[in-house]
Ligand binder design. Structure first.
Ligand SMILES: *[C@@H]1O[C@H](CO)[C@@H](O)[C@H](O)[C@H]1NC(C)=O
Ligand SMILES: *[C@@H]1O[C@H](CO)[C@@H](O)[C@H](O)[C@H]1NC(C)=O
Ligand SMILES: *[C@@H]1O[C@H](CO)[C@@H](O)[C@H](O)[C@H]1NC(C)=O
Ligand SMILES: *[C@@H]1O[C@H](CO)[C@@H](O)[C@H](O)[C@H]1NC(C)=O
Ligand SMILES: *[C@@H]1O[C@H](CO)[C@@H](O)[C@H](O)[C@H]1NC(C)=O
Length: 368
């Protein structure tokens, strides 16, 4: 019993370690305007830096050495299009606005009586965090601004909560009723910032009082070296150093068997991709749309000897995205070894295929 518990804890520990960054960041210690920096990054790397979460921001700040400037450009800039976004980055599919009213001033959203209203983000209100590990909603009874609530949730849980469907809306309402709390901030906000690479990351880490569009000319974003990379909006015509990023995954449009694909990746890049987290699955969906085969190989292999699937990077298969029936579709171990591919269309589920099948594949380009 104790042993089972121990191995389960170990499994959880191993399974949560793989939060690696999707990108490699490069700090360019040369001063340029935002637009010149963008051009430089697009010519020499992928683009001006995109940041998806706190982990990315930490990686980005680690790439910075002896910066000539206190502000460093990243890819976030102001557009004309305002949209509702979840702090956690989920697509906004479900809404439950009070009186259908989703427009107008008040860029942060709270729930009252199960329906959603928007309000100035500076209002102090109780709030509700989401915890990815416990999958729980956690109400906090102190009244703070939306941004302070977001900072607290990111430090102690995962983020301010998303409300993805009616069931979650009802769950949250029930928790509020049980605690006799009538209003709480949720993670929905309205802004017009977008990333240079058009990524849909909703991650922002504004410094206190920012963005303030000082002088009406602050259309670009820099991270502040002295504030652990918190964001400031700033005029794009000023000269700052900057951070570019490179994608870690590359789709190879050749049709090879699984073993040939593995050899190709190891000889020309680092390895076939091990999709050992939701984050990496997400990166895969970003490169897969250009593939010419219905599925593409990933670094997933079945071992008949131990009757287990494993990743070529040695990780266990914790995160999973199997198409129904495929995880166990390994019965003909006598014939040919099964390997794992990800479907190019639909929900990009994983399927089990004989390893001689000729498919496109995805390599990783660098190690952490
Ligand atoms: C978002 O904010 C802008 C600017 O205040 C406002 O014009 C717009 O109606 C708001 N809502 C949406 C959905 O754009
Ligand atoms: C609620 O949030 C405040 C800060 O916003 C924090 O100081 C306090 O510890 C939190 N309470 C709980 C129970 O987590
Ligand atoms: C719930 O809160 C309201 C207003 O804050 C208060 O008047 C009421 O007594 C509270 N009810 C309970 C059961 O605590
Ligand atoms: C790979 O296979 C697909 C599907 O059979 C085909 O459309 C594509 O042209 C092939 N690509 C190459 C480089 O042979
Ligand atoms: C694997 O998934 C695909 C797509 O859903 C399905 O067509 C196929 O039948 C599955 N294979 C098995 C053995 O269940």
């Amino acid at each position: 019993m104790a042993q089972t518990l121990y191995s389960r804890l170990l499994l959880i520990a191993l399974c949560s370690l793989s939060e690696c960054s999707q990108r490699r960041y490069h700090h360019i210690n040369v001063k340029k305007t935002w637009t010149e920096a963008q051009r430089y990054c697009r010519e020499n790397y992928k683009d001006l830096a995109t940041v998806n979460n706190m982990n990315d921001l930490n990686q980005l700040m680690k790439s910075v050495h002896n910066s000539l400037t206190d502000y460093i450009w990243i890819g976030l800039n102001r557009s004309r299009v305002y949209k509702w976004k979840w702090s956690l980055g989920d697509p906004v599919k479900y809404t439950n606005w009070s009186n259908g009213d989703s427009n107008g001033p008040g860029h942060c959203v709270y729930i009252r009586d199960g329906s959603w209203r928007h309000q100035s983000c500076n209002m102090n209100m109780r709030f509700i965090c989401y915890n990815e590990i416990s999958k729980g909603f956690i109400i906090n009874g102190s009244s703070v601004s939306w941004r302070a609530a977001q900072i607290f949730c990111r430090q102690h849980h995962t983020d301010l909560t998303s409300v993805r469907n009616q069931i979650e809306n009802q769950q949250i309402q029930k928790i509020m009723n049980d605690k006799n709390i009538s209003e709480v901030w949720i993670g929905l906000f309205n802004d017009s910032w977008e990333w240079s690479d058009k990524s849909d990351s909703t991650f922002r880490d504004w410094s206190s009082g920012e963005p303030n569009n000082y002088g009406g000319i602050e259309d670009c974003t820099a991270v502040i070296v002295t504030e652990q990379g918190q964001f400031n909006d700033y005029s794009g015509t000023s000269f700052q150093t900057f951070v570019c990023h490179e994608d870690n995954l590359i789709l190879i449009q050749m049709n090879l068997s699984w073993s040939e694909a593995l050899r190709y990746c190891r000889e020309n890049h680092v390895d076939l991709v091990s999709v050992d987290s939701e984050e990496i699955q997400f990166m895969v969906t970003k490169v897969i749309h250009r593939s010419s085969t219905d599925a593409v190989w990933m670094g997933l292999r079945h071992s008949c000897a131990v009757g287990l699937w494993f990743w070529v990077n040695g990780e266990m298969v914790c995160y999973q995205n199997w198409a129904p029936g495929n995880e166990t579709a390994v019965d003909d171990c006598d014939h040919e070894v099964k390997s794992g591919a990800v479907q190019s269309g639909g929900d990009h589920r994983w399927i089990s295929l004989p390893e001689s099948r000729k498919l496109n594949f995805i390599c990783i380009r660098y190690d952490e």
